[in-house]
Design a protein around this ligand. Structure first.
Ligand code: ZN
Length: 241
């Protein structure tokens, strides 16, 4: 089920959107290329002929505006495929070209908003690979634009680290009394795990970032399956030949 962030303090819905055709698994951070309030950003997205919008905006005072509900695809990144799967955020700048800096308040509010988006949409962790394969993407991956500007772009790895730290902390402190089974070539052991929004994660005491159980063996050459009834991850070495 889609929802909107409770961090929103301003709401002005834009007519520029479509229903999503995909689940949300990505966040795209843009810059406004101007020092606009959440109200002023919303005003830009009001005319239909503008054919532009974003799900959220963050201004220099750290206010968060909603323009396109998360259940809908905003018109932000010059790439329908990205915007169907992404929640898009426009962040106001407190300086112009060439650096396009953003304020500390805007930066911190953006990290809080990204954390909230990940928790509500069960995005297990935010990854930045510099390509559209990561769960944090940039406008200039899809079109010739300066967006998100050098200041924000240089901080994408930091944004991921900060959000992932928040995600770990959001599940830390849960008891160590829930276990799942991990079966490796038939040898079964038990490890502490927690369930969030229907997905199983390695207990944060044993991981430095949120790790989905079904992804535990993703980098190994093994066949991996998950049995919800027995709460078991089955990993088998692939047969050769
Ligand atoms: Zn942009």
């Amino acid at each position: 089920m889609y929802s909107n962030s409770s961090l929103v303090t301003f709401r002005l819905l834009s007519p520029n959107f479509n229903p999503r055709n995909s689940d949300i698994d990505t966040i795209t951070i843009h810059h406004v290329a101007g020092n606009l309030s959440v109200q002023a950003i919303g005003n830009i997205f009001q005319p239909r002929e503008r054919q532009a919008s974003s799900n959220y905006g963050v201004d220099t005072d750290g206010n968060i505006g909603l323009y396109v509900e998360e259940k809908n695809r905003a018109w932000t990144s010059s790439n329908p495929q990205n915007d169907h799967r992404a929640v898009t955020i426009e962040v106001a700048n407190n300086s112009g070209a060439p650096n396009w800096t953003v304020s500390d308040k805007a930066y911190e509010a953006t990290i809080e908003l990204c954390t909230d988006i990940c928790i509500r949409n069960s995005i297990p962790c935010l990854t930045y690979t510099g390509t559209p394969d990561g769960s944090l993407t940039r406008h200039n991956m899809f079109s010739a634009t300066s967006c998100p500007g050098p200041f924000l772009q240089a901080r994408f790895p930091d944004i991921c680290n900060r959000v992932n730290e928040n995600l770990i902390n959001s599940i830390r402190g849960t008891d160590l009394d829930t276990f799942v089974n991990v079966s490796v070539n038939g040898v079964v052991s038990q490890i502490p795990a927690i369930n969030r929004n229907g997905f199983w994660y390695v207990h944060p005491e044993f991981a430095d970032r949120p790790v989905r159980l079904r992804n535990l063996f993703a980098t190994l050459d093994m066949d991996v399956s998950w049995n919800e009834q027995t709460r078991t991850v089955h990993a088998m070495t692939k047969a050769k030949g």
